[in-house]
Design a protein around this ligand. Sequence first.
Ligand code: MD3
Ligand code: FE
Length: 202
Amino acid sequence: MVHPTLTVRGFQVFKGFLSPAAQSALVDDLREVIRVAPLFSPQTPYGKPMTVRMTSAGRYGWYSDRTGYRYAPRHPSGVAWPAIPDRVLKIWADVAGSARAPDCCLLNFYAPEARMGMHQDKDEADFSHPVVSVSLGDDGLFRVGNTERGGKTESLWLQSGDVVVMGGAARLTYHGIDRIKPGSSTLLAKPGRINLTLRVVD
Ligand code: MD3
Ligand code: FE
C-alpha cells in the first residue's frame, strides 16, 4: 500500500513517485506512442486551438475539434491509438485502487508558452472511477478550484515523477495548469512538460 505525500482538496499527491530511471523508461515508451500517433493541436468549439499539444493511447483518445470535446476510437489521422504502455498501467494499478484498468491515457505536451484553463473532466460515464495524472519534464503550476466554477483556488507545483490521484468528491473539482517553468527539468531533450491523464471512459 502506497501513501500520498500530501492531499489538497481531496487530490492525493505522490511526490517523486517515479525514480529518475523510471521516468526515463517511461519517456522512451511515450516516444513510441508519439511515433504511431503524433502530437496535434486540437481545435476547439470557441475557435482558438488549444495551446497544449496532445495525443492518446488506449481504446479511446480524448480531443476536441470545432464540433466539441469527446472520446474517439482513432487519432485524427485515422490510425487506432496505440496500446497504453505496461509501465503506465502499472502506475495505475499501484495508486488507483480501482478494479478496472483505464481505457484512455491522454498525453498532453506543454511547450514553454502552453497552459490549460480551469475546467472539469466530465466526459466520462462513471465518476466513481478516479483519474490519475503523471507529470514528466518541467515543473507545472497546477491550480485546484472547487466543484462549482469560481471561488478560492489553491496552487501547487507538480514536478517530474509526481503522480496525482483525483477520486471521490475531488473527481469533479475544477483544475488547470497556469504555466510551466521551462528548463526546470533535464528529463526531456527540449524544454516542456508532459502530463499523462489516465481515465476509465465507459
Ligand atoms: C482533477 N490535465 O488533461 S492533470 C486534463 O497537467 C488535465 O495536463 C492537467 O487537466 C495537466 O484534463 C492536469 C491533473 C488532473 C487530471 C484530471 C483530473 C486533475 C483532475 C480530473 C478530475 C479532477
Ligand atoms: Fe482535466
